[in-house]
Write a protein that binds this ligand. Sequence first.
Ligand SMILES: [Zn+2]
Ligand SMILES: [Zn+2]
Length: 244
Amino acid sequence: MIKLYADYHTHTIYSHGKGTIMDNVLAAKEKGLTEIAITDHGIRHFRFGVKRDDLKKMRREIDVINDGNTGVKVLLGMECNIISSEGDVDVDEEILKQLDILLVGYHLMVKPKKLSDVGNIYGRNLMAKMLSLYKEETKEANTKAIIKAIHKYKIDIITHPGARIPIDTTRVAAEAAKAGTAMEINSAAGYLKVEQAIAAAKQGAKFAIDSDAHIPGNVGNFTLGIKIAEAAGITSEQIINAVK
Ligand SMILES: [Zn+2]
Ligand SMILES: [Zn+2]
């Protein structure tokens, strides 16, 4: 049976979650977790992105909580966005040095790096959603961009791979395995799906099962993620936040 001790993907009021950092920490404690990451949306996410100035505040808040006695270790993270077809992500040195954990995923409502990336990634993905015409070409571009990102940055977890934006799971998982990046089984989005998780496991990839909670009540809510992992035959040894 899979038992998890950490939730590495949760949101707070610093993006568009409903709870404070402390609300999420107390919810984690109530669920019996000993570790939680606060991973609000990257700065170039439209409307919901973390404000650069807030990051210092978050860091201080987390340091204070970690000095206390909640019994839950708190990590400051960010769920960053792919912002170009070259695999650029919306983090820089200044942000990275404040983070304990880096999550990267595709989100559609993102300000691209330069105007041409609007067409390259986001325009194409929006169009592929409407027409089936560009599907393969789009999937190929998405796959290449995320693989470049995996090699450009030290990414801990790829969030909800294949949700909203199609990717070649096998190729991404193979590079993730080499780089030590975990593929997420997201309990809110239901991605990776079972077949994708099987394909990723074959490549030797590690997994993270997360809640992606946007309200404190959903922190540590892993039901769907565990169901997917078990259906895919994935064991605790392959899951970075599982009790071994
Ligand atoms: Zn969100
Ligand atoms: Zn999220």
